[in-house]
Design a binder for this molecule. Structure first.
Ligand code: IFM
Length: 495
């Protein structure tokens, strides 16, 4: 054990400690392209993120996921870290082009073997695997054939789901189809700040529908192939949309963003079909004739839980004609909007504390989201499948990383989760994003979300103070009252 691992946890004040329900699941999450590296190993072919990251100007300072944090080779060490932190579950994603290099047809055995080894290692350590099929890394071959705007991609996705269920279904019960399809559709095909970098609002809406369809077909494939039927979900980055003022115009802006940010997924997945107002808002762009008879029924499969990813609220107003339009929606800079049909909506960031992403810290958004979603879908357990924060971490002279801001962020958000549960929301677990510092998409390695620090030169892992703090919460199932540690004086930066 290193010195930092033996440091005592933040002391709890028992009188005001908040106890989570027994069985509440404590986990951490990662995604394949962000952590695995080994981009050209064992038959893996490029995904859209390999292509995008290798395209000059797309990712900060030309960073790529070629090596990432080498989870592909260091997974045993990473599982050991999770085990030392006493975590119940690990949410990871599978690299589609590692297990099915052409995006169709036969599997690459070596790729599948990696996930078998990872899962076995987790199970041996008593950590439940929570497998996400798709976290944004479409095989490039499928993008070359048209990508998510094409229906065939949804069909390929269901075949890939069946293939993985056949290979891992004997040892993985908890599955998520898609992670944050909003980002895949609207950042990938709308604003172009994510792979594949297209900037076509109609393609983005088509992609959204085929992601929905892929989800529904994959759920059907998993149910058919998994011995127990599985515990199946999707993870959505639901937007907690707030109008800037109580004016009718700002409320109308919020309705539009709720439609294309949230109900575009929740409608067909959980309510039988797309909302009519979404069709009306986007009628200038498309007649949605790509939605075929039976698609909405295929998408609306029964789920066992819903993953909710939350970082910050989305504050909107309407822009009057000719007015300058603030566009701080937190999803990167682009001349193209990721919000089709919402050209007259402006995005604002609340004043006050922000993370290194520039995202305002507002745990009330998580409380509001969980209570609202749970009230609307009372029979569907929720899991916070991502929450966390990037900060400018500094490695101290003794090699330790004190990150009081991250502890305060997670503490405040867990407090919100606890309050939501107390007020009736059925929330069953929490996955901290992320286990490790990793490749933060268009920001490359410039933003660190990990509970565990990674030295990008040596790939050495060091649990930050927040990891030790989170381990204490996971071990006791209790949130100490003193979350807001006094920010420690920052040690001098040594690398
Ligand atoms: O790193 C991402 C993750 O891949 C998806 N959800 C948001 C995180 C932070 O931006």
């Amino acid at each position: 054990m290193t010195a930092s691992e033996t440091r005592p946890l933040t002391a709890a004040a028992p009188s005001r400690a908040r106890k989570f329900p027994s069985g509440f699941m404590w986990g951490t999450a990662t995604a394949a392209y962000q952590v695995e590296g080994a981009a050209c190993v064992d038959g893996r072919t490029p995904s859209i993120w390999d292509t995008f990251a290798h395209t000059p100007g797309k990712v900060f300072e030309g960073h790529t996921g070629d090596v990432a944090v080498d989870h592909y080779r260091r997974y045993r060490e990473d599982v050991r870290l999770m085990s030392e932190l006493g975590l119940d579950s690990y949410r990871f994603s599978v690299s589609w082009s590692r297990v099915q290099p052409t995006g169709r047809g036969p599997a690459a055995q070596k790729g599948l073997d990696f996930y078998r080894r990872l899962v076995d290692e987790l199970l041996t350590a008593g950590i439940e695997p929570a497998l996400t099929l798709y976290h944004w890394d479409l095989p490039q071959e499928l993008e070359d054939a048209g990508g998510w705007p094409e229906r065939a991609t949804a069909e390929r996705f269901a075949e890939y789901a069946a293939l993985l269920a056949g290979a891992l279904g004997d040892r993985v019960e908890r599955w998520t189809t898609l992670n944050e399809p909003w980002c895949s559709a609207f950042l990938g095909y709308g604003s172009g700040v994510h792979a594949p970098g297209r900037t076509d609002p109609v393609a983005a809406l088509r992609a959204a529908h085929h992601l929905n369809l892929g989800h529904g077909l994959a759920v059907q494939a998993l149910r058919a192939a998994l011995p127990s039927g599985g515990r199946l979900a999707v993870s959505l980055n639901l937007h907690e949309v707030r109008p800037l003022t109580a004016s009718d115009a700002d409320r109308e802006a919020a309705r539009r963003i709720d439609a294309v940010g949230n109900r575009i997924w929740l409608g067909p997945m959980l309510e039988g079909g797309y909302p009519e107002d979404l069709f009306a808002d986007t009628a200038r762009l498309t007649d949605w004739s790509f939605v075929q008879d039976g698609d909405e029924a295929a998408i609306g499969q029964r789920l066992d839980w819903l993953g909710v990813n939350y970082y910050t609220p989305t504050v909107v107003s309407e822009v009057a004609a000719g007015e300058a339009k603030p566009q701080e929606d937190g999803h990167g800079d682009s001349a193209y909007s990721p919000w089709p049909g919402a050209d007259d909506v402006a995005f604002h960031r609340a004043p006050g504390e922000r993370t290194a992403m520039g995202w305002p810290v507002d745990p009330s958004g998580l409380y509001d989201l969980l209570t609202r979603v749970s009230a609307r879908y009372p029979d569907l357990p929720l899991v916070v499948s991502e929450n966390g924060a990037a900060y400018e971490d500094v490695v101290g002279p003794d090699g330790s990383v004190e990150d009081p801001e991250r502890i305060a962020y997670v503490h405040a958000h867990l407090k919100a989760v606890h309050r939501a549960i107390a007020d009736g929301a059925d929330v069953r677990g929490y996955f901290l994003w992320s286990l490790l510092d990793n490749f933060e998409w268009a920001y490359g390695y410039a933003k660190r979300f990990g509970a565990v620090h990674v030295d990008y030169e040596t790939l050495e892992r060091t649990p930050k103070a927040s990891a030790r703090w989170y381990a204490g919460v996971a071990r006791t199932g209790e949130l100490p009252s003193a979350g807001r540690e006094k920010p420690a004086r920052r040690p001098r930066e040594i690398r």
